[in-house]
Ligand binder design. Structure first.
Ligand code: PMP
Length: 354
């Protein structure tokens, strides 16, 4: 039986995408060859890369607006390094909203001064800092739009006159935003886009080429752009499966359609968390993520019963991250409202039983 998959990442992908990806592993485009055993320079694969890059920009509404999309390797963690390597000359600002922002800050400090413009560390990152001032002279401001571990999400994206860099790993393609506010967006594929192994980078070309340091080719966005995201052998399976997911997203109403579903799922689970006395939400109400809902049991002694009920209902992947504890329901684009309904049913059944 297929499980209700609430995993935080790698995470659920549309069933039809998994089917198409497995077909391509056996026989790609009816070529009699596997996707995994052909040259990345073959026309069939070059077409995949080109379509994936174009579709990513199209879905974000960034086509023809001076942006380039790349599919790179090294995960979002490599982007913590690359963003600073390519953009940080003197001083950069970082909004510290969780474990991943913290890691991005540590890497950036290797390249220049880093100003933590605000932090929610004082409350174990359960909220998004709001009234902060942006110091002058920053090369860019870095934000994390969704904090996967803590279940908080930036609802208001600042409009700035300096480049805005965003780690969108856990909410890319999940909600409509004015993406032209961003100058560099990066996201590991393994939540809303595909399997682990590739990272989408969307960059406005005119912010590049401004730092004086020498940049190794593999870490240089300009090099990757000039080679059409094929500077070296790309992770062909991850890119192809990401393309299949992007096509699926387009066919299902694009980001607008995804957002409507995601809002319904989030409303359903948060209503249960708020109404059911056995549960309490972790994140500040106004900052609650539509992707990762973090919550705790109010009575620890019910944990075993609840965990057994979850297992019996075929619910997988709802354990909270070790730094928060409790539970985390990750509700990425491919997760159905029905799966969230099943989880909510188990939560209300627990209340009846207790
Ligand atoms: N940023 C965010 C917001 C994440 O959720 C994660 C991974 N869960 C990362 C960065 C790190 O990604 P990767 O493992 O692809 O390096």
């Amino acid at each position: 039986m297929k499980k209700h998959n609430f995993s935080a990442g790698p995470s659920i992908l549309p069933q039809e995408v998994l089917k198409q990806a497995s077909d391509a592993v056996l026989n790609f485009n009816n070529s009699g060859l596997s996707l995994l055993e052909i040259s990345h320079r073959s026309k069939d694969f070059v077409d995949v890369m080109e379509e994936a890059r174009e579709l990513a920009l199209q879905l974000l509404g960034l086509e023809g607006k001076g942006y380039k999309a790349l599919f790179l390797q090294g995960g979002a963690s490599m982007q913590f390094v690359m963003a600073a390597y390519n953009l940080l000359e003197n001083k950069a600002g970082y909004l510290n909203t969780g474990t991943w922002s913290d890691k991005a800050i540590k890497e950036a400090k290797l390249f220049g001064d880093v100003v933590e413009v605000a932090s929610s560390k004082d409350k174990n990152f359960n909220y998004i800092p709001k009234d902060y001032a942006i110091p002058s002279g920053l090369d860019y401001l870095h934000i994390t739009t969704n904090n996967t571990i803590f279940g908080t999400q930036l609802k208001n994206i600042p409009a700035l006159d300096i480049p805005l860099v965003a780690d969108m790993s856990s909410d890319i393609f999940s909600r409509e935003l004015d993406f032209t506010k961003f100058d560099l967006i990066y996201a590991g594929a393994q939540k809303n886009m595909g399997p682990a192994g590739t990272t989408l980078v969307v960059v406005r070309e005119d912010i590049l080429g401004k730092v004086t340091r020498k940049i190794p080719a593999m870490l240089d966005y300009t090099q990757h752009i000039s080679k059409g995201s094929m500077y070296n052998t790309p992770p062909v399976f991850a890119v192809y499966t990401s393309l299949l997911t992007l096509r699926w997203l387009k066919e299902n109403g694009g980001i607008k359609g995804a957002e409507e579903n995601n809002d319904k799922k989030a409303t359903l689970i948060y209503s249960e968390i708020d109404l059911n006395p056995l549960f309490t939400g972790f994140a500040a109400l106004e900052d609650r993520s539509t992707m990762n809902a973090t919550f705790n049991l109010t009575e620890d002694n019910l944990k075993e019963t609840f965990d057994t009920m979850l297992k019996e209902a075929g619910i997988s992947g709802v354990n909270g991250h070790r730094s928060v504890g409790g539970y985390r329901a990750s509700m990425y684009n491919a997760l159905s409202l029905k799966s969230v309904g099943t989880l909510v049913d188990v939560m209300s059944e627990l209340e009846r039983k207790a």
